[in-house]
Write a protein that binds this ligand. Structure first.
Ligand SMILES: *Cc1c(COP(=O)(O)O)cnc(C)c1O
Length: 401
């Protein structure tokens, strides 16, 4: 009843949205509320959200903890400016460094901006330590962001013709291919940058041996190892950082997405030995603002106090078991990923069609490629939401069969 009322009072969606640049195709729904694992549209219809703002809402929609952190901080101090210290900035830098192998942090606002900082840091380090070496090796199908430099670093073929000329100095090599990597290293190389699980490529994990060889190559050739953990960081893979699964010790790491639990904050972390920015080299108006830093602190604290990492691992197993049964039933393909960054190949089914069908059944899932479905739910998800997801997917597949 609500819905039909709305239909007569609200102007059509196209006329409401005509002033927004059409940078992506959005469904004809306006979301007005979020709570936990659910999003609600203006008519009150609930959608089970297995995307959570693109792996961003670490604790689900509007968790009390985050609301309180934002409210408390907003009452104290929103923005003293980037040229002054503030308490949450200091505390967050200490928390991140004591939980990792890094010594210094630069806060930014988006994953791309953190990666842009990593690229600048690697170039400066090359200038100081490697006779001006500036090239960074990145990987086919990788994704590092949408600024001009991070698009240039990205290995998505669809980016290749866009916004030419790109920023030069990125060598792309096939992923998980140590020989190709070895061949690409030259005296111009300053760093290797990779995602430990390529998220946008369809959830492709870096192989253990490959990562070990990559680290060895970095040591042999005196190259920086940069891990882009914008998607995999902050508990997403079942450890606080994905590099911890590999037993490696990167020089530089970037975080974004899940760090703020829904609000825009990212981070560039570096070991002391490579942290060579001098005053004036790097900055940004909103960087390290207390409001966002307080949110990230609340998220990191919750990961510990609410035992989130063990939940990620348990729910990951459950989801994989359930995926496996679906795969058997419908002749789907491989299940990939780690923790709560999981994908399943959809075999003969069109993944975009599955996602669109799921949307009509109020389930939000993502198809990063036409042959795979990706799930990136909140890290505090429970069995109930997983069974519901699988049951809706089952309905979708039987409908499309
Ligand atoms: C999303 C993503 C980025 C870009 O982050 P933005 O916040 O969209 O700029 C960079 N790297 C990886 C691995 C990502 O998943």
């Amino acid at each position: 009843m609500n819905k039909s009322l709305l239909a007569v009072t609200e102007p059509p969606i196209e006329s409401q949205t005509q002033h927004l640049m059409p940078i992506t195709q959005r469904p004809d729904v306006v979301f007005t509320k979020g709570k936990g694992h659910y999003l609600f549209d203006a008519s009150g219809t609930a959608y089970l959200d297995m995307m959570q703002g693109w792996a961003v809402n670490t604790l689900g929609h509007s968790p009390n903890l985050l609301k309180h952190a934002l409210l408390n901080q907003a009452e104290q101090l929103i923005n003293p400016g980037p040229a002054f210290y503030n308490k949450p900035m200091i505390e967050l830098s200490n928390t991140l460094c004591s939980a990792s192998v890094f010594d210094h942090v630069f806060f930014a606002n988006s994953g791309a901006e953190a990666n842009e900082g990593a690229i600048k840091l690697a170039r400066k380090w090359g200038q100081l330590n490697k006779q001006g070496a500036f090239e960074i090796i990145t990987f086919d199908n990788s994704f590092h962001g949408r600024t001009l430099a991070t698009m240039s670093a990205t290995g998505k073929t669809s980016f290749a013709p866009l916004f030419e000329p790109k920023i030069s100095g990125f060598e792309k090599v096939p992923f998980n291919d140590p020989q190709a990597l070895n061949n690409a290293i030259s005296s111009n190389t300053t760093a290797i940058m990779l995602e430990l699980v390529q998220g946008e490529a369809g959830v492709i994990p870096a192989e253990y041996d490959f990562v070990k060889q990559l680290e060895t190559l970095c040591k042999q050739h005196n190259l920086l190892l940069i891990v882009d953990e914008v998607q995999t960081g902050v508990g997403r893979t079942g450890k606080l950082f994905a590099y911890q699964h590999y037993g490696i010790s990167p020089d530089i790491l970037t975080l974004g997405k899940g760090l703020g639990g829904g609000v825009p904050i990212s981070a560039l972390l570096a070991k002391q030995a490579v942290s060579c920015f001098a005053p004036g080299d790097q900055g940004g108006t909103f960087n390290g603002n207390p409001l966002m830093c307080a949110s990230a602190l609340a998220v990191l604290e919750a990961l510990e106090t609410e035992n989130i990492l063990s939940n990620v691992n348990e729910m990951s197993e459950l989801l994989q078991t359930e995926f496996f049964e679906l795969s058997q039933k419908y002749g789907l393909g491989q299940i990939r990923g780690q923790g709560l960054l999981l994908a399943i190949d959809t075999g003969a089914y069109d993944a975009h069609q599955i996602a669109a069908t799921a949307f009509r059944k109020q389930l939000l899932i993502n198809a990063p490629r036409s042959n795979c479905i990706r799930l990136m739910p909140a890290l505090n998800i429970g069995p109930e939401e997983i069974y519901k997801t699988i049951s809706v997917l089952d309905d979708c597949l039987s409908e499309l069969s």
